[in-house]
Design a protein around this ligand. Structure first.
Ligand SMILES: O=C[C@H](O)[C@@H](O)[C@@H](O)[C@H](O)C(=O)O
Length: 465
């Protein structure tokens, strides 16, 4: 097999058939991204390939740092062309990391460039890409259309005005639905110095005074309803460890007051506050038919020198080792016992949590949705062939893989959509291998329908309920 051939990663005839006849043509629902709604509303075009490809992508930044390049050439004051040249010097040495395949897929699928990017041809590729970028087919809206992206979900703070999402809806002629995601991390992070200021901003945005815990919940509910009116149906929460510590309303009120007064909180108080608040949120999400996403296990901003230079989400986060089973089960149970558990997707950054999650969610499956509780696809450091396979095999072994809602890019770049192709190849190779082994019947029609469900239909049904 040659590099990036049409059968890339498809080791068996069954895998090829499943990919080419069933998976490839399915549209995309990209239900967790960090794409900018402003860039979509304004139908942005890009001056050069660096702006589109390298400017927000901390995966690529990490690779360049790994090779020892100066930060100036990565995120610093070097010109866009110098940054591209640095990337061209880096990419050949990333073989084995999915970024090598993704980047070449991106050059191929967007720009029709089939050559390997190297320092020798970088100048030429820079010119070719920049020339192509002048064409309106490279505007954000046209890229979404070209990749058959039916829906994307952005990631938005509760106090966001959602003006760009509204504007996109008002334009009325954009083929892709661009929906917000409610991400209230700052409401939960009572231990952070910025908490008080954030609550103050929430007061301004909602025009509600927040002098106690129940005011806070009312204000947050007000924002949830606002998001709901603007098409939001998904929330997202980032946790280092998933907190779970039973907490009464009175306790939460006392802890909230201490937090607002800037008093020191114990770890248990923080967890109690977060648990109680998540219970309120879960209940509201459930009443609106929303889905709650839990992203667990990232230890963030570990390099304080670089945090002070570049800020967060710049490539200094990594995998946390943490305890999960008791908290996850306790947390899901607390909502379930009141019958207020919303549809929930649990992601782990530490693959050691895979078995725990796949087995825990099985305790809470029930009516409301097929695969109401989801084990989220390989996330971030697991967004690799092995990571995807591990996640899917675990789900297959312990749960019901056919209900899986599949892949998302989690991306900050409009060039990332071929990651869905990469995922689908991995998916088809997995099922194809099982067919060839005699572990599954050679029923291409039925298995093809499962492939199409995991590629698209399951997400469509899951989020439209
Ligand atoms: O794929 C990596 C991502 O962009 C990563 O930066 C996000 O998943 C982020 O952790 C988040 O908080 O949502």
């Amino acid at each position: 097999m040659t590099f990036l051939s049409e059968h890339m990663m498809l080791k068996s005839e069954s895998a090829k058939l499943l990919f080419h006849d069933y998976a490839k043509q399915m549209p995309i629902i990209d239900f967790h991204t960090h794409l900018s709604p402003q860039e979509i509303a304004e139908n942005k075009t890009y001056h050069n390939i660096t702006e589109l490809w390298l400017s927000g992508d901390h995966y690529k930044w990490r690779a360049m740092r790994w090779l020892g390049f100066d930060e100036k050439l990565i995120t610093g004051e070097a010109s866009d062309k110098e940054k591209f040249m640095t990337w061209a010097k880096t990419l050949p040495y990333t073989m084995g990391n999915p970024i090598y395949v993704w980047s070449h897929l991106e050059l191929s699928r967007y720009f029709g460039i089939e050559e390997l990017l190297t320092p020798e041809n970088a100048e030429h590729i820079w010119e070719v890409c920049n020339e192509k970028l002048k064409d309106s087919s490279f505007s954000t809206q046209n890229i979404l259309q070209q990749f058959n992206v039916k829906v994307i979900n952005t990631t938005d703070d509760p106090i966001d005005s959602l003006n760009y999402h509204r504007n996109i809806m008002e334009q009325g002629n954009i083929a892709t639905e661009v929906l917000p995601t409610f991400r209230p991390d700052q409401v939960l992070n009572i231990d952070q110095l910025s908490f008080k200021d954030y609550i103050h901003k929430m007061e301004q945005v909602t025009e509600l005074s927040i002098s106690n815990y129940s005011d806070l919940i009312s204000a947050v509910e007000n924002r949830i309803r606002y998001f709901n009116e603007n098409g939001c149906r998904i929330s997202d929460h980032a946790f280092t460890e998933l907190p779970f510590s039973s907490c009464t309303e009175d306790e939460a009120a006392t802890i909230f007051k201490k937090g607002i007064d800037g008093q020191q909180l114990s770890l248990d108080e923080i967890h109690k506050y977060q648990t109680k608040t998540m219970m309120h949120l879960g209940q509201i999400y459930n009443s609106l038919g929303w889905t709650m996403q839990l992203h667990i296990g990232a230890i963030r901003n570990n390099n304080s020198r670089m945090l002070s230079l570049l800020g967060k989400d710049t490539g200094y986060d990594s995998i946390l080792d943490y305890k999960l089973a008791e908290n996850l089960n306790g947390f899901l149970n607390e909502l379930d016992k009141e019958n207020t558990l919303p549809k929930t997707i649990v992601y782990t950054l530490n693959a050691a949590g895979n078995d725990v999650i796949a087995s825990a969610i099985g305790n809470f499956q029930s009516t409301g949705a097929r695969g109401k509780l989801q084990f989220g696809s390989g996330w971030w450091f697991n967004d690799t062939k092995e990571g995807m396979l591990n996640q899917m095999k675990t789900l297959a072994n312990i749960g019901v893989l056919s209900t899986f809602i599949g892949m998302l890019t989690d991306s900050r770049s409009f060039l990332s959509f071929p990651r869905h192709e990469y995922f689908r190849r991995v998916l088809c190779d997995l099922f194809g291998g099982w067919i060839e082994n005699g572990e599954l019947p050679r029923d291409y029609e039925f298995i093809g329908s499962i492939i199409q469900d995991i590629s698209y239909n399951n997400a469509l049904n899951y989020f439209s309920k």
